[in-house]
Design a binder for this molecule. Structure first.
Ligand code: TXA
Ligand code: MG
Length: 354
């Protein structure tokens, strides 16, 4: 049985947090809200507890976990070297949706790093997450609290759908705000590299530390015509099909009017064959679609609104029972880069450019 505890997202009850912290310290699994998505936590220093995360999620063994901390001092015990750029980034963005990949100290179990010599660390900006880590008194390894391959959970209800009966506790602290996972930034080389675009944009990072590259192995940049091997991602998690609703998703990218026209044509042809069609639209062009199940994610002019509702929208299509999802692409800039990265992964290879 999985216990389900409601907590006040702004001022979580200390008694509940103490109980949840104890469960973590004793090797249990606790799902908790963060500002990005819900995480599935285990004591990062307990190899057996960490192994249970992989089992509960059905997660591939070669995909490392992010270690969550509630204070900066702990970073010095998890990483064997902390470059000056890391300090600047922590000043600017912690607590917040930025994961720093640093050279790992040898105290970290290899289950956490999946055998890499680096470790991803972040301090989440959520009172419940911070209180939980503090109550546990140990750093907390936590991937997103979904079954592997499914859209990340942005509510406790999503966590329940995926992990009920597989974990000890779900802490319900209401919906996550950012809606997409943290930006993963590799600081182990000469130039910082974004391994996964997320809640902090490349533009924001560059204001603080100068040049930042985007790993060409992620699909945040158009990869038209590139041979597969050339774009092997450096973040192991980026190579798996991910963020997938049950129905196949077709992503159409390009100029908004052309995208809408192409989507209408596709919708008609699927509908005429008797398929149930879902359309993932932006608010600007949603009015174009007269048929099919239209779900509005947010505004093109403010991609953060799309980010915060994207995973919920993908799960909504599961509830609607559609046979195919037709999705509008947006411009891959600012938060749009992270949105498009998740949509391209959800689409697998069904991407059209018009
Ligand atoms: O916002 C988030 O980051 C959420 C919340 C719960 O904090 N967590 C999350 O974890 O998204 P997960 O496990 O779903 O994604 C972690 C990503 C994976 O793509 C993984 O490959 C990458 O971070 N990663 C972790 N450690 C790494 C390392 N040492 N080197 C390269 N990539 C790493
Ligand atoms: Mg995940």
């Amino acid at each position: 049985r999985t216990a389900y505890w409601r907590v006040d997202p702004a001022r979580p009850d200390p008694g509940i947090m103490a109980r949840a912290g104890l469960i973590l310290r004793q090797g249990g699994l606790v799902a908790f809200p963060t500002e990005t998505v819900y995480g599935l936590g285990a004591n990062a220093l307990d190899a057996l507890a960490v192994a249970r995360i992989f089992e509960a999620k059905g997660r591939p063994q070669d995909n490392p976990l992010i270690v969550h901390v509630a204070d900066r001092e702990t970073v010095g015990r998890l990483a064997c070297r902390v470059p000056a750029s890391a300090g600047k980034l922590m000043d600017a963005f912690w607590p917040g949706p930025l994961t720093l990949v640093l050279p790992a100290a040898d105290t970290i179990p290899r289950q956490v790093t999946a055998g890499l010599d680096s470790v991803g660390i972040r301090m989440p900006a959520h009172p419940v997450a911070l209180a939980l880590i503090a109550a546990a008194g140990v750093p907390v390894a936590a991937p997103s609290a979904n079954l592997s391959g499914r859209p990340s959970p942005t509510t406790a209800e999503h966590v329940l759908q995926d992990l009920n009966g597989r974990i000890e506790v779900i802490l319900d602290g209401g919906p996550a705000g950012v809606g997409l996972e943290s930006t993963v930034l590799d600081l182990t080389g000469d130039v910082p590299v974004i391994l996964r675009p997320g809640g902090i944009t490349r533009e924001e990072l560059e204001k603080v530390i100068g040049e930042v590259r985007v790993d060409p192995g992620i699909d945040g940049v158009p990869d038209r015509g590139s041979p597969a091997g050339e774009f092997r991602p450096r973040s192991p998690g980026m190579k798996y099909r991910h963020y997938a609703p049950r129905a196949p998703l077709v992503l159409v990218e390009g100029e908004p009017e052309r995208v809408a026209a192409r989507l209408k044509g596709l919708a008609e042809s699927y509908l005429s064959r008797g398929w149930r069609v879902g359309i993932l639209a932006t608010a600007e062009t949603a009015g174009e679609y007269k048929e099919g199940q239209v779900v509005v994610a947010g505004w093109r002019k403010d991609p953060a609104t799309i980010a915060s509702r994207l995973f919920g929208a993908l799960r909504r299509f599961d509830e609607l029972g559609v046979d195919i999802i037709l999705a509008e692409g947006i411009e891959p800039r600012g938060m749009g880069l992270a949105v498009m990265n998740r949509l391209r992964r959800a689409a697998d290879n069904r991407i059209e450019r018009v």
